[in-house]
Design a protein around this ligand. Structure first.
Ligand code: DAH
Length: 354
């Protein structure tokens, strides 16, 4: 075969190889094999000297043309392969923006805080404000300033968590030197507010209280109370009744009745416990109300003149009432929860209902 024909055949072989190269590495191999230092086309250029005189011009021209054609084919194939490789790598690392996101689990307000907020709103609407007191309280404010007798059983180490026990100390009655405890009731806030503020006083005070009880369906060692205190001129038991009746209807519904039973608390005189009619049997008597038709919801009374004495308020000029309720108990009565412990166990299936 004439040299020119060989070169033309090389061109078509090379173009076929270029077309068949599957990736840029394979294409580079084709380039080196044809146009590299010892490539097949390069060999024809180098060997021009040995081509017979009469063929030389035509062979030279053909080799150059073939080189141009091959270079062009290499460049266009390389561009195509590069584009395909870029597209493939972009596909491989792509983020699918149409996938749905991961849903964050949202918490909800706990039922206990819900009840505290609900009752606070009711009293804020009546013009009360919210007062705060310490959970680590002195024995003086928790008991003495509330007229609790020295031998009151709840002062005992078996009922109350003491931080500092001064029960054998001669100074135990002195305000600044009494024992320190986890408050057993929110009532000490009454004493603190009366010391700090002159009447008229209209406050509520929600917060945690602690007692040395083992948790069972109706007891928790830590729970919440809401205290209330009103001191003003001309306040009567009628005001107390009206206020608490309004409260019960707001919490439990218009159709619920209330009743006041005489009771004893050291810091109120007279004192009463308030019951609300049972929401399950509507007063007939059932298991929930233990057959009585009534559910006890709070303690209350007219502020004892002795308590005014500790706070330096003139009992001839002012009178007032106080009340205290257990928040967990109200939550359970409102939603027919049979066991206080369900409120603190953190079972989401239970808590999500509120
Ligand atoms: N502190 C009382 C208790 O924990 C509840 C109570 C009763 C509060 C009568 C009062 C009240 O303010 O007047 O059992």
């Amino acid at each position: 075969m004439a040299i020119v024909d060989e070169v033309v055949a090389l061109q078509s072989e090379t173009l076929a190889a270029i077309e068949a190269a599957a990736d840029s590495a394979a294409l580079e191999q084709v380039r080196v094999a044809v146009l590299g230092k010892s490539g097949s086309l390069t060999a024809y250029l180098r060997g021009m000297g040995s081509v017979p005189q009469e063929e030389r011009a035509e062979v030279g021209k053909t080799v150059n043309t073939v080189r141009g054609v091959v270079e062009e084919a290499l460049a266009s194939r390389k561009a195509a392969l590069d584009a395909a490789e870029l597209a493939a790598s972009m596909d491989a690392s792509a983020v699918d923006v149409t996938l749905p996101g991961r849903v964050q689990q949202m918490g909800t307000r706990h039922l206990i805080n819900g009840i505290i907020d609900e009752i606070s709103e009711i009293f804020l609407g009546l013009g009360y404000s919210v007062a705060k007191g310490p959970e680590v309280e002195t024995e003086y404010y928790n008991f003495n300033a509330l007229n609790a007798p020295e031998d009151h059983p709840s002062r005992g180490l078996a009922d109350t968590f003491y931080v500092v026990d001064r029960s054998n100390d001669a100074h135990k009655h002195v305000k600044g030197e009494s024992g320190v405890l986890l408050r057993t009731q929110t009532s000490p806030v009454q004493a603190r507010v009366m010391e700090a503020q002159k009447p008229p006083i209209y406050i509520i005070s929600p917060g945690k209280v602690y007692r040395r009880d083992v948790a069972d369906p109706s007891h928790l060692p830590q729970f919440h109370q809401i205290e209330g205190l009103v001191v003003d001129e001309g306040i009567t038991f009628g005001d107390l009744k009206g206020t608490l009746e309004y409260l019960c209807k707001q919490i439990f519904g218009e159709e619920r009745k209330t009743r006041f039973r005489a009771h004893y608390f050291p810091f109120t005189e007279p004192s009463a416990e308030v019951d609300v009619s049972c929401g399950i049997c509507h007063g007939e008597g059932c298991r929930f109300c233990k057959g009585t038709g009534w559910l006890e919801i709070l303690g209350c009374g007219m502020v004892d003149p002795n308590v005014y004495g500790y706070a330096g308020i003139d009992p001839e000029k002012y009178s007032g009432f106080a009340f205290g309720m257990g928040v967990e108990r109200i939550a359970c009565l409102k939603y027919n929860v049979p066991d206080l412990r369900m409120l603190v166990e953190g079972d989401m299936r239970f808590l999500r209902q509120f």
